[in-house]
Design a protein around this ligand. Structure first.
Ligand code: ASP
Length: 464
């Protein structure tokens, strides 16, 4: 729009006639005058329409909240007694000289100029594009962008490069069910969506990139479980020729810098972050994600801690053996003998670590296996047959025979980080278009049936 200025820049235009554009926030008629607040991506301003502007006042009487307007007016200083200190445009207002209605709006299902945290969540989800207009949601999504921008810059400043890895793949074990995508060209064959880029990032190390990262979407088909989303975002990274100490120090430095530069009002309770073993944490706190805050009511307290030496193997509720983290974690030197002999399996520890913040698991990671025989031994202990090993992980085993460097990494969950830093009660509040606990998108209506024609093309027959 020609000559349009943002509301945040009004203060630099006092005394001038300018044009702004945005939404009507609220309207108040006061006798012969009309007042309304305009909103754009940068803020709010009070607009005043005086009876002397006959055409404008007629239009102003018609307008309703959420109508889209182009408004011309003169930026005036507010009278001293009406100045609102510390608020954007608290000291200026717009004397409207012209209004052009760009679009009208129906009455919205909830108030846009109020916090929607108390509004029925299904309704907020159905009208997500309206929920996102509210001040709190705008802030959450904009702060999320700031945090991701910080991470990208920090990674680049430390010589990492961002590499996009496939979304359609063959699956990587992270302990959940996978989402599957049918292949049209190969009936009866399926891609799966990544639970994480784990294998690809390790293969990037074999490929010689040495420092990889990705703001990576991960998909896990889990049963409804509290605050889970079927897709979520990780700051996934991997480094070659590093020890556990290197990964911990790098990560710790990054989080300290994030808080310092993006949330300076917050306080980290203990630096360096306290460390404890998994065994200690379980014994002392009965949990592997202890909440070490001194005052749980202080919204600015951040209690990070490291939990180290996770066990490598565990038994599932159905008595099946599985890797606690994933089967690519390396084994602690002290436990190598037991590992080779296959003795006392559940006491074998991995070089695997978690970062915990205020009682939430922020991230898991490990130093990986980079030798074929050791990787095979893990699969053997997990009772994965030779044939299965080749079918599922043949490419990893093979890659390890071509000069795989020692490597390790980490993958902090971005949704949780933003949630905690924004003091929100769940991750849905910091994801622009989240799904319900059951994995539904109530706005678009997904998941949804597909047509008979599509099913046929895919070679799929639905069971009754
Ligand atoms: N892929 C792992 C996860 O999603 C993280 C890692 O080991 O780097 O938890």
């Amino acid at each position: 729009m020609k000559n349009r200025i943002y509301l945040k820049d009004l203060k630099d235009n006092v005394g001038k006639e300018i044009t702004v554009a945005g939404w009507v926030d609220v309207r108040r008629d006061q006798g012969k005058m009309v007042f309304f607040d305009m909103r754009d991506m940068s803020g709010l301003v009070q607009c005043v329409v005086l009876p002397s502007h006959a055409e404008a006042i007629e239009k102003a009487k018609e307008i309703r909240p959420e109508w889209v307007l182009k408004v011309s007016g003169i930026v005036n200083k507010r009278p001293e007694k009406n100045i609102k200190q510390g608020v954007l445009n608290g000291d200026v207002e717009l004397e409207v000289t012209g209004i052009e209605v760009l679009n009208k709006a129906e009455t919205t299902p909830f108030q846009i100029n109020e916090n929607t945290i108390g509004v029925n969540e299904d309704i907020r989800m159905k009208y997500k594009y309206l929920d996102l207009r509210t001040e709190r949601m705008q802030k959450n999504i904009r702060m999320r962008d700031k945090i991701i921008t910080f991470f990208r810059k920090y990674m680049h400043d430390n010589d990492f490069i961002e590499i996009e890895t496939p979304i359609m793949m063959k699956g990587t074990p992270e302990g959940s069910r996978e989402y599957v995508v049918p292949s049209r060209l190969f009936h009866g064959q399926f891609y799966v969506l990544p639970q994480s880029p784990q294998q690809f990032k390790q293969l990037c190390m074999v490929a010689g990139f040495e420092k990889y990262f990705q703001v990576a979407r991960c998909m896990r088909d889990e049963d409804t479980r509290g605050d889970r989303q079927p897709e979520f975002t990780q700051l996934d990274f991997e480094m070659s020729f590093v020890t556990q100490e290197d990964v911990l120090n790098y990560t710790e430095g990054m989080f300290i810098e994030l808080i310092k530069s993006v949330y300076p009002e917050k306080k980290i309770s203990q630096v360096p972050f306290p460390r404890m073993s998994y065994a200690e944490s379980m014994e002392k706190y009965g949990s592997d994600k202890p909440d070490l805050r001194k005052d749980k009511n202080d919204p600015n307290e951040l209690a990070f801690c490291w939990v180290l030496d996770f066990p490598m193997f565990e038994k599932t509720d159905d008595g099946e053996l599985q890797a606690v983290h994933h089967p690519f974690c390396s084994i602690k030197e002290e436990d190598k003998e037991k590992f080779i002999k296959g003795e006392d399996m559940f006491s074998i520890r991995a070089n695997a670590y978690d970062l915990v913040l205020n009682g939430y698991e922020l991230s898991s990671g490990s130093i990986r296996i980079h030798e074929r025989d050791i990787q095979k031994r893990v699969f053997e202990l997990l009772k994965i047959s030779e044939e299965e090993q080749q079918k599922k992980f043949g490419h990893m085993l093979e890659a390890f025979t071509y000069g795989a460097p020692p490597h390790g990494g980490f993958a902090p969950g971005i949704d949780r980080i933003v949630m905690i830093l924004q003091n929100e009660p769940n991750i849905r509040e910091v994801i622009a278009f989240p799904k319900t606990g059951e994995g539904r998108d109530l706005m678009m209506g997904a998941p949804a049936p597909i047509s008979e024609k599509q099913l046929k093309e895919l070679g799929i027959k639905l069971g009754k």
